[in-house]
Each structure stands twice: as structure tokens, then as C-alpha cells.
Design a binder for this molecule. Sequence first.
Ligand SMILES: *[C@@H]1O[C@H](CO)[C@@H](O)[C@H](O)[C@H]1NC(C)=O
Ligand SMILES: *[C@@H]1O[C@H](CO)[C@@H](O)[C@H](O)[C@H]1NC(C)=O
Length: 296
Amino acid sequence: MDTSLVAIALLCSLLGASGQVVGNVAGKPVVKKVTPIVIPPAAAKLFNRPAYGFTASYYGGQTDGGSCGYGSAQQSGYGVATASASTPLYAAGLNCGACFTMSCQGSQRCLPGNTPMLTVTNLCKAATGPCSGNKRSWSLAPDVWNGIAVNPNVGVVPVRVTRVPCQRAGGVQFKVLVGNPYYLEVLISNVAGSVDLAKVEVLVQGVGYWQPMKHDYGAVYSISGTNLANVNFSFRLTSGYYRESIVIPNAISGMYEPGVVLDTNVNFKLAAPRPVVLRGRKIMEESTNATLLISE
Ligand SMILES: *[C@@H]1O[C@H](CO)[C@@H](O)[C@H](O)[C@H]1NC(C)=O
Ligand SMILES: *[C@@H]1O[C@H](CO)[C@@H](O)[C@H](O)[C@H]1NC(C)=O
């Protein structure tokens, strides 16, 4: 590691350690401004680099009620350009809400020239076919499919995908799925940027420290406790690749109604895309590695 990398790593760890909420005075999180994050070189690798070796097939509807937990296309705010990802691309739900552009190449069944954007909202899993085992495949809602393939009946097509930072209007959204004095289960959506949440922590009003939340499935997280009624909940989200943390004070107040989507005004900042320099075979090999798309 050269000295500049060490400096960046040090800066990142300092930022990570200081966080944003620095205390909890009488149940009120004290929020401090955080210096914009320096993007570690590893983060740049994830984005804007085309990866090959995937297939896609047509899914004859919206990915409503998908594994991520977002609910219907209208409720989720992700629109109709959605996709189900096969097991390695779904990454145990860490890629829920992640954004990709896709193009179809190398087949007469392809509609060339288009690169529609998609959001992952579901897991595609089957005993046989393109979504079985560890195959890298996508099952596409009509709005994405119709951009890349000649018609819905052509079966499986070869695609190339590029992961892109998600642009989202407004702040991170929370929806209480289950709430009682002992248990809180929330759906987290509309996350911008790299979306891969390496850490989700909660500050329960009256409790003086951040607690990690359990990742239940998809974009759903929970916490157990003994005094979760009529208290406010603040959240700290940390993205895996950017190592950036955001704090959302009182995102859920004690007066919440289960099932209602709660808007906040805090979100990750968008990282500036880095130019892609394709240097022949080496990069191509690297790019075919699906781990580039999967949070580790
Ligand atoms: C709880 O949240 C509500 C709504 O955001 C806010 O008005 C109130 O001040 C919060 N209470 C505490 C103790 O932070
Ligand atoms: C993908 O990358 C990881 C980490 O660099 C490596 O361990 C693995 O062998 C690669 N897999 C393939 C199929 O190239």
C-alpha cells in the first residue's frame, strides 16, 4: 500500500469512527455535520464497468411482492423497470434496490443499442433453468425486457450489465412492518448511491448506544428489545463500498402507524462516476467476475 492509500484508509476509518451522531443527550441524538467522504479506490471498481457472462429472461409481469419486501411497483417507488436477480446477484438481499444498466449482445434475439436501467426488487430462484444454482441471470419486468430483446417469446438472451450508483429523489424511506414493545421490523427503501448496506444500526430513544439491526431478508431489518413502545428511532446506515455513514435522526417517531411509508430528508450522496479505462484482456477477465457486483 502506498502512503496515499494509507492516508485515505486512515481518513475513512476516522470518519467511520466519528460517525455523525456523537452522543445521546436526554434521549436526543446530537447530530454533527460530517466531512464529505473520500471514495476509496476499491469503491470505484464496483461501478461503471461493464460485466459480461450473464443471461436474462422475460418475466411476464411486475416483480410485485418480491423477496426484497418492497411490495408493489407503485408502493415501492422503484417504478416498473425492475428485475429479479439470481442467487449470486441477489447477494442475500444486499443488492435489493441496487441499480444496473443492461444491454443485450451477441444474439439475433437482441434489440441492439438500448441500455435500460433496472432496479433489483426480487430474487429469481428455480430448481432448473437460468435462475438455478449459482447461475448469473436476470428475470426482467416488461419495461426492461422490451428495451433489450426483440419480443417476449425469444427465451434466454445474453446480456452485459453495468452497476451504476442509484439516483433517488428525496431521502431514505422507512416502513414499519411489525411494531410492538418488544420488536420492530422495518423495510428500508429509496437508498441512493451504492445501496449495499454493510451496517444498519438503530438508536432507540432512551437507550444510550447504537445497536446493530438484524438483517431479516431483502431490505427488511429488525430489532428486539424490552421498551420499544412510544419511543423514537434514529438510524445509522453504512454503505459497504463507500464506507460512508449517514444518520437519520428520529426517522420513526413513537407515533408511527404500521404500514405507512415514512419519508426522511437524508440520503447518501451520489459518488461521481469514474471514467472506465478498458485495458484489454485483463480488465475483461476482471469484469466477468460476478463478485464485482456482489457485496462482500
Ligand atoms: C421524536 O420524533 C418527533 C418527530 O420527528 C419529534 O418531534 C420529537 O422531538 C422526537 N422526540 C425526541 C425525544 O427526540
Ligand atoms: C472472482 O474474484 C475473487 C476475488 O478476487 C476470486 O477469489 C475468484 O476466484 C474469482 N472468480 C472467478 C470465477 O474468476
